[in-house]
Design a protein around this ligand. Structure first.
Ligand SMILES: O=C(O)CCC(=O)C(=O)O
Ligand SMILES: [Fe+2]
Length: 300
């Protein structure tokens, strides 16, 4: 038996809204399999105005695999170790940079499920980008170049803004964020474990392309990244309270727009553990620094 979901693509190359499904209800395996298929195909899927609470969100997320703790260095929501509480209006937390989540560990998340708790009347949208179509957009020569590259990712990356311009709260946040330093070597082109698709695996935590100078590395990452963020490869979501977004972190980057100065915006994230990325020639990512075993469930 299979079920047909009501799927409405949100943009030409990435994103779909799934209608007519209640995520707090008892979903059978057919429904979960259909959602998973939609996730892999559309890369980010949206469910409008669900009445999930944090426990319901955890229950739904568990159907897709083992969960990580909230974050390798950031504290979880009180009494719910799986939930990362992103309270942007009131804290120094910001995600207004293009990134793939937690790529500084050797098994970055499969995906995350984000639930809107409080949303400003205007602004605070999130954008996702399709890293597979970004790779496909590269001219053949650039694909060949990217295919052989490896990059070091770290949570202790340099901030674009000089430290002196950061306020105290932001400095304190970065101190917690980097309280344990992680470094991992990942292929720049990753083969997706479910679809077999090739995608650019870079994002905000890349520090350096292996064997290149800092300036060569920066120029090359910028060039590749410009394909990821082409508007054609993106979708933008205008949140309403109760909305749920579920992205495939193996094939996307995202950016949380900060254009609602000081107003409350609060979302909560639950994360599904991922596997070790693999390159086109079958080599696995390698941890260089930091022990992520408290963050990740045991490797199988
Ligand atoms: O706040 C958002 O919309 C997304 C934040 C983010 O980067 C994340 O939850 O991983
Ligand atoms: Fe993120």
């Amino acid at each position: 038996m299979s079920i047909n979901l009501d799927i409405r693509p949100t943009a030409g190359r990435i994103g779909a809204e799934i209608k007519g499904i209640n995520l707090s209800g008892d979903l059978d395996d057919f429904a979960i399999n259909a959602i998973r298929k939609a996730l892999v195909k559309y890369k980010v899927i949206f469910f409008r105005q669900q009445n999930l609470d944090a426990d319901g969100q955890i229950r739904f997320a568990r159907r897709f695999g083992e969960l990580t703790t909230a974050h390798p260095t950031l504290p979880p929501l009180v009494e719910r170790p799986e939930v990362l509480d992103l309270d942007y209006g009131r804290t120094a937390t910001r995600s207004n940079e293009w990134h793939t989540d937690v790529t500084f560990v050797d098994r970055p998340p499969l995906g995350s499920i984000l639930r809107a708790v409080e949303i400003p009347p205007v602004g605070g949208d999130t954008i996702w980008a399709n890293t597979v179509t970004a790779y496909q957009d590269l001219p053949a020569h650039l694909q060949t170049l990217a295919n052989g590259l490896w990059a070091v990712h770290t949570n202790a990356y340099d901030y674009v803004k000089p430290a002196v311009t950061l306020n105290e709260a932001t400095k304190a946040y970065h101190q917690v964020f980097t309280s344990t330093v992680y470094e991992t070597l990942h292929p720049v082109v990753r083969v997706h474990p479910e679809s077999g698709e090739r995608g650019l695996f870079i994002g905000g935590f890349v520090r350096q392309i292996r064997d290149l100078s800092t300036s060569e590395s920066t120029a090359l990452v910028q060039l590749l990244q410009s394909y990821v963020t082409r508007p054609e490869n993106t979708v933008r979501w205008r949140w309403q309270v109760g909305d749920v977004a579920f992205w495939d972190n193996r094939a996307t980057q995202h950016y949380a727009i900060y254009d609602y100065d000081g107003q409350p915006r609060r979302v909560q994230r639950v994360t599904i553990a991922g596997d070790r990325p693999i390159s086109i020639d079958g080599k696995f990512s390698q941890a260089i620094k930091g022990d992520a075993s408290a963050y990740l469930p045991q490797a199988v």
